[in-house]
Ligand binder design. Sequence first.
Ligand SMILES: NC(=O)c1ccc[n+]([C@@H]2O[C@H](COP(=O)([O-])OP(=O)(O)OC[C@H]3O[C@@H](n4cnc5c(N)ncnc54)[C@H](O)[C@@H]3O)[C@@H](O)[C@H]2O)c1
Length: 281
Amino acid sequence: MSYNLLKGKRGIIFGALDSKSIAWKVAERAHEEGATFVLTNAPVALRLGTISDLAEKTGSEIIPADATSIMDLEELIDRSVELLGGKLDFVLHSIGMSVNVRRGNPYTHQDYNFTKKGWDVSALSFHRMMSVLYNKDAMNEWGSIIALTYMAAQRVFPDYNDMADNKAYLESVARSFGYFFSRDKKVRVNTISQSPTPTTAGSGVKGFDGFLAYADKMSPLGNATALECADYAISLFSDLTRKVTLQNLYNDGGFSNMGVSTAVMNEFMGENDDAVDADED
Ligand SMILES: NC(=O)c1ccc[n+]([C@@H]2O[C@H](COP(=O)([O-])OP(=O)(O)OC[C@H]3O[C@@H](n4cnc5c(N)ncnc54)[C@H](O)[C@@H]3O)[C@@H](O)[C@H]2O)c1
């Protein structure tokens, strides 16, 4: 359903690789809500993914940019403002990659060159992106910037590996840069902490299916899907959330405040969910 929440708004969406990507769903929803935007991704991802289908569907231009290159980001932001016909109202950072995860190096045995690369792509890129937007004064007042994160920034998920540290850094950058952006430009900066979601980046984490099933059983509303994440992002890009800033916002079906659920307890008690529900009735 469309509410015209982003009518007339302009933005940049980083990180749509294929139709499973969270950024892909955000782009589809932003289009439905009346926004115009530029799609961007690393040059290599443009070759591997299917982003041109999304561009066609949403009437968007694609501008390649490696989020580790300040030059690429400067060019992307200049060209986007020019193409879209004015300053930006929203930006989505939906970028994550760990070389240690890809290579199967456990947290205790990292290759630190890989660690630095993953941090540069996944975390420092958020600072870099915001510094270009801020220094070019490329955002409209009451604009909104969002990055995507995961709860491993707060709690231990062993196989999330060095991405946990990258997400902690990313969330800190959202607060620290968010202060300056909010104070000086009246621009919101927030992170959405999303449930495990079956995408290319998500599925790369060891034991991801177990992760997904566990989170689903722990969450009273079940895991949030990529589309549900997109809906939440749209609300944060809209004018309905103008004083929400410097926050890490959980879109996780309640997982982050759970200790244990009956569904998970039952796994240890040898009972099924239905039996307990019947007892409770
Ligand atoms: N999938 C999950 O379970 C989950 C949960 C919470 C948060 N997140 C976060 O959501 C975001 C999006 O991930 P996703 O799950 O949609 O997976 P995805 O693999 O579809 O998206 C990751 C994107 O990062 C891009 N990227 C990698 N290196 C880049 C670079 N140097 N420059 C520019 N872009 C680059 C990739 O090309 C890809 O489009 C990530 O920040 C991820 O950590 C994912």
